[in-house]
Design a protein around this ligand. Structure first.
Ligand code: MLT
Ligand code: MN
Ligand code: ZN
Length: 305
């Protein structure tokens, strides 16, 4: 299985256009050693030729330019992306669909029923794109049953509903339904190796923990270091958990969970918010992750499973 990190940042990216936090300002003026990150997306392939795009980031066009494997040139208008899977209906995971409207046929789009509902009402993507390439909806089952994606050879997929949150524009914000957010296991049919991908994970429920323990690589929520990160900065009145993200530090935090995974599991944080001190490569927080064998995803990172 080939995994390419297209965008390792959370909503807003890094640096965020209007942000003057220590990280964003420090990246701009060169006083913080860090790398810019685009918004949340990965591409996965079984054969290196036919790819699934997970999430359509607002930065998708730059991400596609940065990864030539996604450019097929079999005909005048072409792509190596066979299908798009959405983890949720958030702006940072869906806005890129507007940018992909020149596709020559309806996009095979995989998402849950609650996400489709939000993308038909509060954010009317389905109706709008009906005037362009159209979206061909395939329902992602949330009962952990396996599904396959046509023309994507050698990979099987299964999804779990996560306790996270619905998008701010959704009528279900703060009252999320099962399927507003999912984590996905991708299994390589030939090797049996598994990726678990969950960029927005608010709480470690038993089924999620089981999926993480079964995976060879976990690519999970790295949004915030502390639960009160945005409050302490004065950037938002919300705790990380209210936004659907489990912070890394502290009791019950992501680091403690990752420490309990089997020794051979590759542990990678993704969807990193621009305020998170782990983005500073010289920070104590980053050193702590390294000491725990936890990696921080960056744009262009490749993982072979
Ligand atoms: C989130 O995951 O909470 C989002 O990135 C927030 C946003 O896009 O504004
Ligand atoms: Mn997000
Ligand atoms: Zn910032």
């Amino acid at each position: 299985m080939h995994i390419r990190i297209l965008g390792s940042g959370a909503g807003g990216g890094f640096p965020q256009w209007n942000c003057n936090c220590r990280n964003c300002a420090g990246l701009r003026d060169g006083t913080v050693r860090a790398t810019a990150r685009t918004q949340s997306s990965i591409a996965v392939s079984g054969d290196g030729e036919r790819w699934v795009l997970f999430n359509a980031s607002p930065d998708v066009l730059a991400q596609l330019r940065s990864f030539p494997a996604l450019h097929s040139a079999r005909e005048l208008r072409d792509t190596a992306i066979e299908a798009i899977v959405l983890i949720d209906g958030q702006i940072d995971h869906t806005t890129g669909l507007y940018m992909l409207r020149e596709h020559r046929k309806p996009w095979p789009l995989w998402c849950t029923a609650p996400v489709k509902e939000d993308l038909s009402a509060g954010n009317p993507l389905f109706g709008l794109l009906a005037h362009y390439c159209k979206l061909d909806w395939n329902e992602v089952p949330t009962d952990a049953s396996a599904f396959e994606i046509a023309r994507v050879r050698g990979l099987a997929f299964s999804a779990l509903p996560l306790i996270s949150n619905a998008p701010p524009y959704s009528p279900h914000r703060d009252h999320p339904r099962a399927g507003d957010n999912i984590g996905v296991t991708v299994t390589d049919g030939a090797s049996g190796r598994k990726l678990f991908y969950a960029p927005g994970l608010g709480e470690m429920e038993p089924a999620v923990w089981a999926a993480m323990q079964a995976a060879d690589c976990v690519l999970v929520d790295g949004t915030f270091w502390t639960d009160d990160e945005m409050i302490a900065l004065g950037a938002s009145p919300k705790r990380a958990v209210q936004m659907g993200h489990l912070a890394q530090s502290g009791p019950g935090g992501m680091i403690e969970w990752l420490d309990r995974l089997p020794a051979g599991t590759r542990k990678v944080l993704i969807h990193i918010n621009n305020t998170n001190p782990i983005l500073d490569e010289d920070s104590a927080e980053r050193a702590l992750l390294t000491a725990h064998g936890i990696e921080v995803a960056h744009d262009g990172m490749e993982i072979a499973l």
